[in-house]
Design a protein around this ligand. Structure first.
Ligand code: HEM
Length: 517
């Protein structure tokens, strides 16, 4: 299958990169910027992020050390190299430590922003299945004009705040099932209060929520006797998510031939099974829509699901609803589960903030509606603060598509810009008392003290997370339910920090004592 868009955008950038820097002689060249020296051929100095003392698991700490060592003047810009991750711009990588510079960089991300191919094994698989991906490989993986075309077909239905509101009741139902599950788990613990290793259950919540939106179907994984086929498919999708970083971090033999990589072939087996399960669900939804259209039973657009909207907009023969469903499920499980895990941890470790939040939640009916959700400002501030302290995405990337200037230096087009929400969000230069969990800093009146580019949990610009609205309500509704129902106490041995496994995950088990209220 052709993927000419990627090539086109590369060519556009290359042309641009040959443009000479602005004539001003005071402008310093890219090569004069502080840099991390050394590295390996092809992999460049970027590979040193995975070296001692912190290794890949804590590569952000390595990045911070590089900044301190190689940028002693604290310019906040650091050159690295990797032809593997940036073949377009001769391996140029530029780390931005200052949120003001991040803002400038986003202005040069171009019409079709490109963040590098972070899902190479998944893309390879999709390209080898033209029967189902001929029309598109989806927003997560398309580039250039093809990305723009698909994104514009789903943008409105996914990103309108109203679209997420349609799911308020369903997501709360899922939250009720989750709480009932927690009650059963607690009852089986020795003191009737302890929950150990909560994270996998939060992933299941992410799965259930994504499936409700993407497939219009409740999977009911928290039932006492869940459907065995649903559980089988849940294992398939978990295998895919867990194998993806393992394959990505190894030598990509599968790019030459799948036969050179048994791991890749196993990965393909899991994803094939899951994809055909999803396809069957979408085909069923299409048949139901066809019947509704024929009987004239379709309602106003705010009263139909996102899946129905996508099918109606793209036509019964389009594969876009199916590919979007796959992306929504793949992108919505661990991200949502991890984010809620960190929120619960911060609230459990800061009982006085938990109490303030509970007070706000108790001002409203236990069944949350659009209007009560709007009023829960402290809840939203807690979620923002958790994302600042423990962002689940380690770094954000953008290929700079134009030449531009930062702090008097010329940055050529084709440079891959990189910024770490953890480093900007935890830097005392930009955030007062950054190690404190202080949701108040995000409340109206205080937020102007924080540069918005300090913490970008969903990215920024036209390529930002397309599932943000749904992720927001999934996090808000479950947090509200669980804080209303139980007092959360952290029983881990020490404060949590993060380690990198493609996403940032807690470095210890999520163990809590829950006191029923
Ligand atoms: C708290 C949970 C989530 C977080 C923190 C998160 C974060 C992100 C980030 C940082 C990006 C990259 C944005 C950029 O490059 O500027 C992204 C992209 C994306 N996310 Fe999310 N996400 C979350 C939940 C979800 C959910 C629930 C869905 C689906 C319903 C989803 C679907 C996607 C898709 C499809 C993209 C690719 C968009 C594109 O390239 O056009 N995400 N997400």
């Amino acid at each position: 299958m052709k993927n000419i868009s990627v090539l086109n955008s590369f060519i556009a950038v290359r042309r641009c990169s040959t443009i000479a820097p602005a004539s001003s002689t005071s402008l310093k060249s890219y090569e004069e910027l502080p840099s991390v020296p050394g590295g390996l051929p092809f992999l460049g100095s970027f590979i040193k992020l995975g070296a001692k003392p912190h290794g890949w698991e804590k590569h952000t700490n390595n990045l911070q050390l590089f900044g301190e060592k190689h940028d002693p003047q604290d310019l906040g810009l650091l050159r690295m190299t990797s032809r593997l991750f940036n073949p377009v711009g001769e391996g140029r990588f530029l780390v931005f430590f200052d949120p003001k510079d991040v803002e400038i960089a986003y202005k040069h991300e171009g019409k079709y922003p490109y963040r590098g191919n972070g899902f190479a094994p998944l893309l390879k698989w999709r390209q080898s299945r033209p029967d189902i991906f001929e029309e598109t490989t989806g927003v997560l993986m398309e580039e250039g004009e093809r990305w723009h075309h698909v994104r514009s077909l789903v943008q409105q239905d996914m990103m309108r705040p109203k679209s997420a509101m349609y799911y308020l009741d369903q997501i709360q139902d899922i939250g009720n099932d989750f709480a009932a599950f927690l009650d059963r788990e607690m009852s089986s613990s020795a003191d009737g209060k302890t929950i150990r290793g909560l994270l996998p259950q939060l992933y299941n919540y992410g799965y259930e929520g994504s499936a409700a939106i993407a497939l219009n179907r409740r999977m009911r994984v928290f039932d006492e006797n869940p459907d065995p086929e649903v559980l089988k498919q849940l294992i398939e999708v978990r295998n895919v998510i867990e194998m993806l970083p393992e394959i990505m971090m190894g030598i990509p033999w599968y790019q030459i031939s799948p036969w050179l990589s048994p791991k890749y072939r196993k990965f393909v087996g899991h994803i094939d099974n899951f994809a055909y399960f999803v396809k069957a669900q979408i085909d069923e939804a299409k048949a139901q829509i066809k019947e509704k259209v024929e009987k004239g039973q379709l309602q106003k657009s705010d009263e139909i699901s996102v899946l129905e909207k996508l099918i109606l907009k793209n036509g019964l023969n389009s594969n876009i609803p199916f590919v979007m469903a796959l992306d929504m499920i793949a992108a919505g499980i661990d991200t949502t589960g991890l984010s809620i895990g960190f929120i619960l941890y911060h609230l459990a470790a800061n009982p006085e903030k938990q109490e303030i939040l509970r007070k706000e939640i108790l001002e409203h009916d236990s069944h949350i509606n659009e209007s009560s959700l709007k009023k829960m400002r402290y809840l939203k501030a807690c979620i923002k603060e958790s994302a600042r302290l423990t962002p689940i995405v380690s770094f954000l990337l953008r290929l700079m598509q134009e030449d531009f200037t930062v702090k008097g230096y010329h940055i050529p087009a084709g440079t891959m810009g990189m910024w770490s929400p953890f480093l900007t969000g935890n830097d005392p230069k930009y955030v007062e008392k950054p190690t404190k969990f202080e949701p108040e800093r995000w409340l109206r009146g205080n937020e102007s003290r924080i540069d918005p580019f300090v913490s970008l949990p969903f990215g920024h610009g036209p390529r930002m997370c397309v599932g943000k609205r749904f992720a927001d309500i999934e996090m808000q509704l479950l947090t509200a339910k669980l804080i209303r129902k139980y007092k959360w106490e952290w029983i881990g041995e020490r404060p949590i920090s993060m380690k990198w496994q493609f996403l940032n995950v807690p470095d210890q088990s999520l163990d809590f004592k829950l006191h029923r209220l």
